[in-house]
Structures are given as structure tokens and as C-alpha cells.
Design a protein around this ligand. Structure first.
Ligand code: ASP
Length: 332
């Protein structure tokens, strides 16, 4: 029997209705008790780590989760983390960077409906997560709606439907069919057992995400500098552009970068790559010294920037980290 470390952190899967709406109440043992088939097939160590709606999960909680995974890895075949869906993609991305060279599965899952609702998706999502441990594919993934998505490629795209997550710019790692959870060979990454798994849990929280709108005030970049922000993710238009007519964003952006702030530019579009070299409005951005995010999700860019700035103060090192595919988050 495979050994699974089950870490509960809250979310809808663990929630019940209270006077102020849904709040997390059930722990890992209760989740397991609701789905007895899991205990029959796996040796489960259940641990209550947090009891939070995932809107409250931030860098400090990511460190708690990463450390719990790290300390439990030796005594299990894989880890299942139950988590709220709202920020699951951020947690899945950041864990991919905080636990480099994972050789075991670390699978996040949750549900759109609480586990004791008649129509809940908790049972099938948990079952998919446990099946993913059985499959043994290394790395961080999200198990949801009969699919396994690479953690740093996941994005929550629906608020109500059961297929709440998409695998962005990458194939599903595996899917559930009538013959079980089948991996997609095209989605697999080489496992390099010679590289030991590490815990790299330092993060910088002084990161800001700015989605441009037509007419964004250039003064915003000077304000970010006053706020001691060290990294900015810029969601630019289309394949990658910003305005310099009338409200010229370029001088204040250049000042920000010259002060040592790392600025990473991605697209506002969910799918396909950004390419700042295609249009003049993008080339001007490259000339300012922004770092291209290529085809990464915003969640992956934000967490990679927090992680990179946690490892180094040197903007050239941050750029080098963004020029490296660490966990399957980017196509180079
Ligand atoms: N608000 C919940 C959470 O993210 C939503 C969910 O889990 O589906 O914790």
C-alpha cells in the first residue's frame, strides 16, 4: 500500500455553513472518514495544518505548507494537500519553486462544493489526488475534475462549474478515464534523481501586480517605488504592449527599473505566449529593461518573482532565474 501524507489547510472542501457564510471547519481526519475507500487502499497520515479560506493564504502559509511537505517527504510516497480553490494555483506554483527537484508527487486538491453536500465534487477530486500519488509522477500538480494539471500551469478560470481549473499553455499531466488515471507522455518532465530535493523557502512579499488599463497613470510606478516594492508584474496588452502616447508610461517605468526593481511583463490574455519583440509598443518595453514572462500564467510569474527575490537581491540573477525553466512553468 502506498503511504500518503494528507495535509488539510481549509477551503470549501472542509467548509460548513455558519452565521457568516461558509467557513472551513472539518480537518483531515474528518475528510478521510467521509471517504472510507481511501483508508482501505492507502496508508494515510492525516495532519491538520491550517483551517483557512484560501483567500487568507499568503507567503507565511506557503512556508508552513512547504516545510510540512519537506519534513514529511521521507516517510511517504506522496503528499496530498487539501486547499481552497481560490488561490490554489498560486500555492501550487510557489510550492513548485520552493521544493526544487521533487522526486515524489505533491498533489493539491479541493472542491467547488463542501464535502458533505449531496452533489459534492470532493470525493472524486480527492480520489484523483490519491490516484496521482499511486501513479507516482514527480512534482507539484493540481487534481481537479478528473484531471491532473502541472501546478505551475494551473489557473482558476470558473467560479461555479466543476471544471474550475485550466492547464494553461501545457497539456494535462494525466486524465481520468474508464481505465483509470492515464498520464500524457507529452506532459511528463524528466526526473533527475541525482539532484536531491531541496527546501528553498525564502520569499519576498514586496511584489506588486499591475494590470494595465488604457490610460494607466504613469505616476503609479513612482508610487510603487515609494512603497519599497522590489518586484512588479506588469500585465500588458495582448502579445505585449503598453501606451506611450499622451500618458507615456516608459520614463517612470525606466526610473523604477533603474532603482533596482525587477519588472516582469506578461500578457493579460490567458492563453498563448507574450512576445515583446513583435510590436513597437512591446520593443519599447524591452528597451526599458523589463523581463519577458513568455507563456507563464500570472500566478506563476507572481510567485516566481517572490521566490526569485527571496533568493537574491541582484536584478541580473532575477533575470537569469526567469530565463530558466525551473518546474515546467515556461516554454523557453
Ligand atoms: N473560498 C473558497 C476557498 O478558496 C473557495 C473554494 O475552496 O472553492 O477557500
Amino acid at each position: 500500500m502506498k503511504r500518503v501524507l494528507l495535509l488539510a489547510t481549509g477551503g470549501t472542501i472542509a467548509s460548513r455553513k455558519g452565521p457568516n457564510g461558509l467557513t472551513p471547519q472539518a480537518g483531515a481526519a474528518e475528510l478521510l472518514a467521509a471517504f472510507p475507500a481511501l483508508k482501505e487502499r492507502f496508508l494515510v497520515e492525516a495532519r491538520d495544518l491550517l483551517s483557512l479560506d484560501s483567500s487568507n493564504i499568503q507567503a507565511e502559509e506557503w512556508q508552513t505548507i512547504a516545510r510540512a511537505v519537506w519534513t514529511g517527504l521521507d516517510r511517504c510516497d506522496g503528499v496530498v494537500i487539501t486547499h481552497g480553490t481560490d488561490t490554489m494555483a498560486y500555492t501550487a506554483s510557489v510550492l513548485s519553486f520552493m521544493l526544487p527537484d521533487l522526486h515524489k508527487p505533491v498533489v493539491l486538491t479541493g472542491s467547488q462544493l463542501p464535502m458533505d453536500h449531496l452533489l459534492t465534487d470532493a470525493r472524486s477530486n480527492l480520489a484523483t489526488a490519491f490516484a496521482a500519488v499511486e501513479l507516482g509522477l514527480p512534482g507539484v500538480t493540481v487534481a481537479f475534475d478528473h484531471k491532473l494539471i502541472r501546478g505551475c500551469r494551473a489557473a482558476k478560470v470558473r467560479t461555479m462549474a466543476f471544471d474550475a481549473f485550466e492547464s494553461v499553455n501545457a497539456p494535462y499531466v494525466a486524465r481520468v478515464y474508464a481505465n483509470g488515471l492515464r498520464p500524457d507522455p507529452a506532459a511528463l518532465r524528466p526526473d533527475r534523481p541525482e539532484r536531491p530535493t531541496r527546501l528553498a523557502d525564502r520569499l519576498c512579499t514586496r511584489v506588486f501586480l499591475l494590470k494595465l488599463i488604457p490610460g494607466t497613470d504613469p505616476a503609479i510606478f513612482d508610487k510603487l517605488s515609494e512603497l519599497q516594492i522590489r518586484g512588479v508584474v506588469l500585465e500588458t496588452f495582448g502579445v505585449g504592449g503598453l501606451h506611450y502616447v499622451r500618458r507615456d508610461l516608459l520614463p517612470s517605468l525606466t526610473r523604477l527599473i533603474q532603482r533596482g526593481v525587477s519588472v516582469v511583463a506578461c500578457s493579460q490574455c490567458l492563453y498563448e505566449t507574450s512576445d515583446l519583440s513583435l510590436y513597437e509598443v512591446g520593443r519599447r518595453l524591452l528597451d526599458c529593461g523589463v523581463i519577458p514572462a513568455r507563456d507563464m500564467t500570472t500566478e506563476a510569474v507572481v510567485t516566481k518573482l517572490m521566490w526569485a527575490l527571496g533568493q537574491t537581491d541582484d536584478p541580473d540573477r532575477v533575470r537569469a532565474i526567469f530565463d530558466t525553466d525551473l518546474a515546467g512553468e515556461v516554454t523557453l
